[in-house]
Every structure is written in structure tokens, then in C-alpha cells.
Design a protein around this ligand. Structure first.
Ligand SMILES: Nc1ncnc2c1ncn2[C@@H]1O[C@H](COP(=O)(O)OP(=O)(O)OP(=O)(O)O)[C@@H](O)[C@H]1O
Ligand SMILES: [Mg+2]
Length: 274
């Protein structure tokens, strides 16, 4: 079964899109280095802000008929084909493909609210095409909206990026509870909470060091710590040039930290395939 990693946190600006896009690219690059038989990775943008779409494809102006909107609004029997037809290449790498978001996703949420089976409108078509990819990575909006529910129900692994600030980490337990609620409430037992990713870590700040220590030794959260990404200005330069961090500066501290996380995720993927 293809692993589907969803990056989620209802807090805004914590590095969901940065992590989803760069790890999607990083996983594909590492699988290639490992000579894996399939190195294609699909990035799905479920956020109407379309940041992941913009940085990976250079545009955020996709026709809604060729975007995630079309997939979730399609007739059930046509949804998988619509998904395949809406995938576009990224500018970052020929092995990284993108299912773009469009502004109309907000409208889709309104149109689908209360429609029976609506939360499965991504999971169902994706389950029919996911095997063509080595991994799928989903970026989400900073809320537990219908679209985020769809993303979680389509996923096998939830990863929660968070900044090392007091209220952010206090909120982590509630994010994890919410994911568990979706897993249990919607009978999606395959959804694992696979990790916490501490982002924008500045070791010069005592409060950051203190919170990282607390998190690492926390009985529940400590076991989930997947990686620590330093605050690094290369991230915003890479964004502004619509480049991956690895393409912009592979030696930047954030690139190296993301490479380590990508290696962990790639190992999970190749272990599944043995
Ligand atoms: N490691 C980092 N170092 C410095 N800046 C970063 C880092 N990670 C992300 N940023 C910056 O923080 C801002 C938010 O990042 P990003 O868009 O990835 O967060 P998000 O959680 O997807 O936000 P939203 O909730 O709005 O979707 C961006 O301006 C980005 O350039
Ligand atoms: Mg985002």
C-alpha cells in the first residue's frame, strides 16, 4: 500500500507547506538514490491558499476543472479519472507531480457540506491511483475543515509540524486528539500519527531549547518527534524563487534537516515495499 503523508495543524504558518513540498521532493530524490523501482511522488494541495501549488509549479492560477476541486466535485465513477487528468508536472523535478488546489476549494466545502459521503471524496479516487506513486504527500489548510478531513481520511500517516513556542506545543495534544477522533469516528484505523516536526527552531533562543527539551521528554509526544528543522532564511529565499530548498541551497541548515527527515520517511516507504 502506498504511504500517504498528510501535513496538518490547525495553527497557521507553522511550516506545513514548506515541509510537505520539500519532503515530497526529498523523498523522491532519495528513492532515486536508493535505486527504488518507483520514485514518483504525488503532492496534493488541499489548501485554497495554494502555497504548495505556487512554489512547486510556479503558478497558482489553475482552472478549477483541472484541479482538486474537479476531483471532489466529480461524479463518483469519474473521480479517479478526473484526478489522473488533473495531475501536472512540478517545476522542481520530473518525478514530483502535483494535484493543484484552486481558489474554488472554499466553494466546494460549502457545496459539499452535509452531502453524504463527502469526507471520502479524496480518499476514494486516490485509493484507485495511489499505487502508481511511491508516496503521496498532502498539504492542508490551517483548520480542521471538510477539506482537511478529506485529506486525513485519504492518508496513512499524519505528520504535525509545530513551532517551538509554548502555546503551539500546548496545542499539540489537541491536534493529536483531533486526528485520533477522525481516525476512530470515521473508522479509518490505518491512519497513524507518524510524527511531530519541530520547525523554525532557533537554538539561540532559550525558550525554544526549553520547549524542545520538554517535548523530547514528554511521555506521549516525545516518542513522536520526527525531526527538528532550524529557522533558516534560505526557506523564504527558496520560496520567493519557487525553488525547492535543496535546489536553492542543499547545504543550508534547513535543507540538511529536511534531508534527514526525508531519509527516515524513505526508509519507511522502502521497508513497506520489501
Ligand atoms: N525553517 C524555516 N525557517 C525560516 N522560515 C520558515 C521556515 N519554515 C517556514 N518558514 C516561513 O514561515 C512562513 C510559513 O511557512 P509555511 O507556509 O510553510 O507554513 P504553513 O503552516 O503552511 O502556513 P499556512 O497555515 O498559512 O498554510 C513562510 O513565510 C515560510 O517561508
Ligand atoms: Mg500552508
Amino acid at each position: 500500500m502506498t504511504r500517504v503523508f498528510v501535513f496538518t495543524n490547525h495553527k497557521g504558518g507553522v511550516g506545513k507547506s514548506t515541509s510537505a513540498t520539500n519532503l515530497a521532493y526529498g523523498i523522491s530524490a532519495l528513492l532515486r538514490q536508493m535505486n527504488a523501482p518507483n520514485c514518483h511522488v504525488l503532492l496534493i494541495d488541499t489548501d485554497q491558499q495554494r502555497h504548495a501549488t505556487l512554489v512547486t509549479t510556479g503558478s497558482n492560477n489553475y482552472d478549477h476543472a483541472r484541479s482538486l476541486y474537479a476531483v471532489v466535485m466529480a461524479e463518483r465513477r469519474l473521480a479517479a479519472q478526473t484526478l489522473m487528468d488533473s495531475i501536472i508536472p512540478s517545476q522542481w523535478d520530473e518525478y514530483l507531480h502535483v494535484l493543484p488546489a484552486s481558489k474554488s476549494l472554499e466553494q466546494a466545502e460549502r457545496e459539499l457540506s452535509g452531502v453524504a459521503g463527502a469526507p471520502y471524496r479524496l480518499a476514494e479516487p486516490l485509493s484507485k491511483v495511489a499505487s502508481q506513486y511511491a508516496a503521496v504527500v498532502i498539504d492542508t489548510h490551517p483548520s480542521f475543515s471538510l477539506m482537511t478531513e478529506m485529506a486525513l481520511l485519504a492518508a496513512t500517516d499524519a505528520i504535525v509540524p509545530a513551532e517551538p513556542r509554548y502555546l503551539e506545543t500546548v496545542g499539540l495534544l489537541s491536534v493529536i486528539e483531533k486526528i485520533a477522533e477522525i481516525r476512530d469516528g470515521w473508522r479509518h484505523p490505518n491512519l497513524r500519527i507518524s510524527g511531530l516536526l519541530v520547525t523554525k527552531m532557533d537554538r539561540r533562543i532559550r525558550g525554544h531549547r526549553h520547549l524542545l527539551d520538554e517535548l523530547s521528554t514528554h511521555p506521549q509526544l516525545g516518542k513522536l518527534l520526527l525531526g527538528v528543522i532550524p529557522a533558516n532564511e534560505a526557506v523564504s529565499y527558496a520560496h520567493s524563487q519557487h525553488q525547492s530548498l535543496f535546489g536553492y541551497d542543499p547545504k543550508a541548515t534547513a535543507s540538511q534537516a529536511y534531508a534527514r527527515v526525508a531519509a527516515t520517511l524513505s526508509r519507511l516507504i522502502s521497508r513497506d515495499r520489501i
